[in-house]
Design a protein around this ligand. Structure first.
Ligand code: SF4
Length: 412
């Protein structure tokens, strides 16, 4: 049976490398001018080719997002972009605009086309329409239930992709003007300021400056807010529905998130099939709880759920672990590390590496880049440390955010 693809966000080169290192089968990335993540770091025209070559060199596929809704004035630049993509050959482009679809078919017919979730494919007729035009994959609208997806599967042969993890946009698959009106940052050009998650008040028009708080409980209101999506416990049902690709949201998120989520879903997808019953491991849930989230929901997959299943209830889950550094090289038991935080000798750290999960290792034998012994180093320093067996180049090093407080508490 064909294994379901694990598709990860690659907001910049480091996230791309991290996603592939932790097991993504494919990554999606884009040039900031044409993809719906204008603030995600992204890749300039000169960098897209290297990114695609890096993915291919490591056995992964690369899909380039060109999913803005362009105006006439954008078309000349887009035509130049199509010419570039024709040369650097991503495995597919992801788009939603019919005009762009026609342009790609005409100017770069050798590139596969995936239809973006922004095209709002919510029924089998729409799926068959795009299939008949030659689209090779459809990223289905987030508003579909699993039963609806199964029906689309039975009536089309085209590949189907769904989001399985990450933030959920309150709007209808991304069509929203809240951010555009309130922050002059259009979600439709990738600059969403997440205005739906701000706090709102009520003001009577003649009482300027008198704001009446709108609240549902003593923490405030969450009228426009959704929890984050997590389908990890339900992957077998998604496979049974005929989904070809599991997509992780988060081109704006950091490498800590990319590494942990990709590693977790990689293990989960690899454990599917083969006759054994699918079991969600405690360790996977523990890993997913290390990042800030708004609590998790199954979104629309199981039809209309009680509101409490979607609505953010004000209970933010703050990141419990912080990034300490990235392993740049390993030589025996010695690792060269690029730091992202201050560390001191003896700090208990974790390596995000297979077989080392959940184990703590104190920082030992720390030297600076000139090989001088040191007891402390700062963000952006490069240091050498003793590392346990099993650590690989590109592994992330993390530590609990509250370890100092915990240590102080113990010493009292
Ligand atoms: S403001 Fe909220 S609903 Fe609108 S596009 Fe941004 S995340 Fe989606």
């Amino acid at each position: 049976m064909k294994k379901t693809e694990l598709l990860a966000p690659a907001g910049d080169f480091e996230k791309l490398r991290t996603a592939i290192h932790y097991g993504a089968d494919a990554v999606y990335l884009g040039d900031s001018r044409f993809s719906l993540r204008g603030k995600a770091g992204n890749f300039g025209p000169g960098e897209l080719g290297s990114a695609i070559a890096y993915a291919h060199g490591h056995g992964a596929k690369a899909y380039v997002t060109v999913n803005i809704f362009p105006h006439n004035r954008d078309i000349p630049d887009i035509e130049r972009h199509i010419a570039l993509l024709g040369d650097i050959r991503p495995d597919a482009v992801i788009l939603s605009d019919p005009g762009l679809f026609a342009l790609f078919r005409k100017r770069a017919p050798h590139i596969d086309i995936h239809i973006s979730t922004q095209a709002n494919i919510t029924n089998a007729e729409s799926a068959r329409f795009w299939e008949s035009l030659g689209a090779t994959r459809l990223v289905l609208a987030r508003e579909l239930s699993l039963d609806e997806i199964s029906e689309i599967r039975h009536r089309t042969a085209v590949e189907l992709e769904v989001f399985v993890h990450g933030s959920v946009c309150l709007s209808y698959s991304g069509r929203c003007y809240i951010s555009s009106f309130l922050a002059s940052r259009s979600a439709n050009t990738g600059e969403c300021a997440n205005s739906c998650r701000w706090k709102y008040s009520l003001m009577e028009e003649k009482r300027k400056g008198e704001y009446f708080p709108v609240f549902e409980d003593d923490r405030g209101t969450y009228i426009l807010s959704s929890k984050d999506l997590c389908m990890l416990p339900h992957l077998p049902r998604l496979v049974a529905a005929g989904i070809d690709s599991f997509k992780i949201e988060g081109r704006m998120k950091g490498i800590n998130y990319v590494a942990g989520v990709v590693k977790t879903y990689r293990e989960a997808v690899d454990s599917l099939g083969g006759g054994a019953e699918y079991k969600v491991r405690e360790r996977w849930l523990a890993e997913l709880s290390m990042f800030s989230s708004r609590g998790y929901t199954t979104g629309m997959f199981f039809g209309k759920q009680p509101d409490s299943d979607y609505n953010f209830d004000g209970e933010s889950y703050r990141m419990s672990h912080e990034l300490v550094g990235v392993v740049l090289e390993v030589d025996g038991t010695r690792a060269r590390v690029g730091l992202r935080n201050r560390i001191d000798a003896g700090d208990p750290v974790e390596y995000l590496a297979s077989g080392l999960e959940g184990k703590l290792f104190p920082i030992e034998g720390m030297k600076d880049k000139d090989e001088a012994d040191i007891v402390s180093a700062r963000n952006e320093d490069v240091v050498f440390i003793e590392a346990p067996e099993g650590v690989r180049k590109h592994d992330l090093i993390r530590r609990a955010k509250n370890f100092r407080a915990a240590a102080d508490q113990r010493s009292k």
